[in-house]
Design a protein around this ligand. Sequence first.
Ligand code: ZN
Length: 277
Amino acid sequence: MDDEPIDYDMPAPRVARIWLNRPQARNAQSTQLLYALNRAFDRAAQDDNIHVIILAARGPHFSAGHDLNEIAAGTAHDTVRAQQTVGTWCGFGCSGAEAQMAYEKEVYLGLSERWRNLPKPTIAQVHGKVITGGLMLVWPCDLIIAADDATFQDTAVDLGVCGVEFFNHPYELGIRQAKEFLFRAHVLTAQAAHAAGMVNHVVPRDRLEDFTLEIAREIARKPLFALKLAKEAVNAAQDAAGRSTVLHAAFGHHQLTHAHNMLVHGLLMDPTNLQSG
Ligand code: ZN
């Protein structure tokens, strides 16, 4: 277990910065890390002096995705029950698909959607690899600023699952790019993600932190209420066009693929194409 999987600082007036801080595990998302991250987002949200929140990562990679060691050890469901900030979903201690759906609805879909709706501008400062579950930390942010070494990949289909739990793919990449991203599970470069509209800016790796902070400082000088409502209005446009309905439908499909894999393989994922990463 890590001592402190999340770090928090205030690098400029009205700017909070949250660091994923499991570099030795490539910032793999243990349940403990996700709840520590949620507490850090809550802290920044509830501090009226903070106008902008940056999400950054320590170590060579932004995030390797779900913590597969925790999943293999079968401890994730116990860990979520021990969290003080657990939401109102239930059934973590049940058996079968009920427990799996409960965990993923709360910890994956629930937290990512909560961060997407956080009432302050958020900026993802991304470098290195973002693999599968890692997308669920990056995509909820309002702006994405990528280093030129950043790459993005969803390996879910290779593992017999129909995409990562926070199914925002069509809205991040557009329809055709989203399908290719899912079908091929290939690595998308920062430049390709920028061309698809998923990333706001691509900057040299050694400029990433300063550039992100410059953007955050600029936004942080503006009235928070106007920022908050501008964000809500854009999110409302997306949701009025069906995003939240699609997200929940895709989550049901995702649970079906887990249940299918469990019936056929005795595992949540199809091990046939299991490879590193
Ligand atoms: Zn899942």
